[in-house]
Ligand binder design. Structure first.
Ligand code: 13P
Ligand code: SF4
Length: 370
C-alpha cells in the first residue's frame, strides 16, 4: 500500500543545494486544502467545467484529486501520448491540462481553435529546460544527415526543428521504423531513454545529454537490496531511469505501460521506479496488490530527492479553479512555430493510430509492450 499525501510530503523535504534548478518549483507547490476547502473547490471546478465547456486532461503524476476529478467529469488521466490524442479529439471548447508545459503546448499545437489552460504556466520539465532551441538547432546542424527525433518533453520551438516527435510509449516502434528505412537518428533530449531505445533497436543514434531530474535519481545498488527483501516482487521501470535500473526491470514502459503491466502481471507485489503520483492510479486499479517505491536514496544517493516531480506537483485544485474561472494561464504558441511543430506530432499520432490498427488485426509484433 502507498501513501498519496503528495504535496505535504514534498513540502517537508530539505534540499542539499541552494542553487538546485527546482527550488522555485518546490516553493510554488500549492498547500493541501482543508477538508471543507477541498469539497468546495471540487464542486466549484465541476460547475465551472460545465459553464466554460471545458474538459480536464490530467497526467498520472498530478495530485490524486486532479486525476479523480478528470475521470468524474468525463476527462482523461493518461500518459503523454494519450493526453495529446484525447485533447485533440475532444469536442470541448476549453482543455484544462494538468501536467507540465510541454503537455499544454502539445494540446494547443494540435487544437489551435481551443482555449488551453493550465493551473500553473511555470510547471516545466528538466528535459525541456535542458534543451534550449538555439543549442539544439546547432546540434541538428552538426548532424544534418540524420533524422531528428525528439521526445515529447521539449518546447514547441524544438519540436518545430524536428522530423518526428515520440513519447515513451511509441519511441521504440518509431525508431525501429526509421532504422528499417535506413535512417540514422539524432535523438533528444533524454539520454537514458535514448540509450534504452538504441539497445533495443540497434539503430545508429547520436544523443543530446538531457535527463529527468526525477528518474535520474533511482538507484540500482539500493534496488538490488530492496529486491532481496521482496524476492517475489516484480520491478516496473519508466525508461527515463538510468540504464542500470532499467536492466533490473521486469517491465519497462511509459506510465500507461507501467499501469498495464501492474494490472496484467500475475504478482502481488511490485517495486515501481517512476514518479510517486503514479501510485494513486496503480493502487486504485489494483487494490489487492502492493506497490513499493523504488529507492532514490541510500549509499549512492546524490540528492535528497523523493521520486516526485516538483513541476507536476504545482497543479492544485485552487489554482485550477482560479485559472478556469478567470481565464488565466492560457497556453500561447506562435503561429509559425505551431504550424511547423504540428508536423512531427501528427506524424507520431498517424503512426501510432496505424500501429494500433495493425495490432488489432495481429499483423505486427508488440515490441514496445511492457
Ligand atoms: P509518459 O509519456 O510515460 O506519461 O511520460 C511523461 C513524463 O514526463 C514522464 O516523466
Ligand atoms: Fe519532466 Fe521528469 Fe517531471 Fe516527467 S517527471 S515532467 S520528465 S521532470
Amino acid at each position: 500500500m502507498t501513501d498519496n499525501s503528495l504535496p505535504n510530503e514534498i513540502m517537508d523535504i530539505e534540499y542539499e543545494s541552494p542553487s538546485c534548478p527546482t527550488n522555485a518549483a518546490w516553493a510554488r507547490i500549492p498547500k493541501e486544502p482543508s477538508k471543507s476547502e477541498r469539497t468546495e473547490l471540487i464542486a466549484r471546478v465541476k460547475q465551472l467545467l460545465i459553464e466554460k465547456d471545458a474538459v480536464m486532461v490530467s497526467h498520472y503524476y498530478v495530485h490524486p484529486d486532479l486525476q479523480d476529478l478528470a475521470i468524474e467529469t468525463g476527462g482523461c488521466v493518461s500518459d503523454s501520448l494519450e493526453m495529446a490524442r484525447f485533447g485533440r479529439d475532444h469536442k470541448a471548447k476549453t482543455l484544462i491540462v494538468s501536467g507540465v508545459k510541454f503537455m499544454g503546448e502539445t494540446a494547443k499545437i494540435l487544437s489551435p481553435e481551443k482555449t488551453v489552460i493550465m493551473p500553473d504556466l511555470d510547471a516545466n520539465c528538466s528535459l525541456d529546460l535542458g534543451c534550449p532551441i538555439d543549442e539544439f538547432s546547432a546540434f541538428c546542424d552538426q548532424h544534418s544527415d540524420r533524422k531528428v527525433v525528439v521526445y515529447a518533453n521539449t518546447s514547441a520551438a524544438v519540436k518545430a526543428r524536428t522530423d518526428w516527435m515520440v513519447t515513451s510509449s511509441c519511441a521504440l516502434e518509431i525508431v525501429n521504423h526509421l532504422k528499417d528505412q535506413g535512417e540514422k537518428i539524432l535523438w533528444a533530449p533524454d539520454k537514458h531513454l535514448g540509450r534504452y531505445i538504441q539497445e533495443k533497436t540497434g539503430a545508429d543514434m547520436v544523443f543530446w545529454e538531457g535527463s529527468c531530474i526525477v528518474h535520474d535519481e533511482f538507484k540500482a545498488v539500493e534496488l538490488i537490496e530492496l529486491k532481496k527483501q521482496h524476492p517475489d516482487a516484480k520491478v516496473l521501470v519508466h525508461p527515463e531511469s538510468p540504464y542500470d535500473v532499467i536492466s533490473l526491470a521486469d517491465a519497462v514502459g511509459s506510465t500507461s505501460a507501467i499501469l498495464k503491466a501492474a494490472t496484467e502481471i500475475d504478482a502481488t507485489t511490485f517495486i515501481v521506479a517512476t514518479d510517486k503520483g503514479m501510485f494513486h492510479k496503480l493502487q486504485q486499479m489494483n487494490p489487492e496488490k502492493t506497490f513499493i517505491e523504488a529507492p532514490t536514496a541510500g549509499n549512492s544517493a546524490t540528492c535528497k530527492s523523493c521520486a516526485s516531480c516538483p513541476w507536476m506537483a504545482m497543479n492544485g485544485l485552487a489554482n485550477l479553479a482560479e485559472a478556469l474561472e478567470k481565464g488565466l494561464n492560457k497556453i500561447k504558441v506562435d503561429d509559425s512555430i505551431r504550424e511547423r511543430a504540428k508536423l512531427p506530432i501528427d506524424r507520431m499520432l498517424d503512426f501510432t493510430a496505424k500501429l494500433a490498427e495493425q495490432r488489432k488485426s495481429g499483423i505486427v509484433p508488440n515490441i514496445g509492450a511492457a
